[in-house]
Design a protein. Sequence first.
Length: 255
Amino acid sequence: MKKFLGLTVKIGVLLLLLIGVYSMVLRWSLHQRATPISIPKESSLWIHRGLYDNKQVFENTIPAFDSALHQHLKGIELDVFYVDSLKDFVVTHDMPNKYNLPTLRLTDIIERYGTQFYYWLDLKNLNSDNQEAIALRFKAILSTPVEEKVFIESGHASALGYLTSQHFQTLYWVQYERHNVIKCFFKKLYIHTCFWRYNYTGASIGAVMADEDFFNAFDYIPQFIFHIYTPAELEKFKQKKNTSVHLIDFIPNPS
């Protein structure tokens, strides 16, 4: 029994050493491969679902995005679902739309605004079953100058990796808990591995989760911060060296 326990301890220590070495080599490799993003600093302020009050002007609608354009905001975030029966993207946060609004397609947005905006597309239902159909539809509706301003976000690691392999710009939604040290370590290790394997363009994270742990762990990748509710929060994130986009949820002061 003592020999067995001794062997178990040795194996455990060896595994921990191997995991530690793997983690260090992985981080080193990611830093070596780091690629800066081509969004000018003056274009880093984007708006979440447009400017809306959900009373007269609703989120994810043409009037909300028109208001953003009039405020001289450089980018918009919009929620999209790929609908198999339509073979197209519908712009909405919920399916069915909770405000009972007419169907708005992503093509309507692209045709109206073209390259006037950067686009952060929160792709709600990306998965391994529809990834190929989604890639084909994006290729059909995005011309080269527009495609260069489109960033596709998802938390589905492999399906998003497929879109990266098809030469789309992608954002992996980073989520991990902070309370359990072991779970935190291994979840971050998994996320680092996904970034290494799939070579996403950037990392997206909610402002409430964007703490020093996040900035230290993912300093090699361009960061897209969402749910910024106040000017004070915005100023705080502007001080971070690798935040490429600040997605706000308030009406900015006139420039």
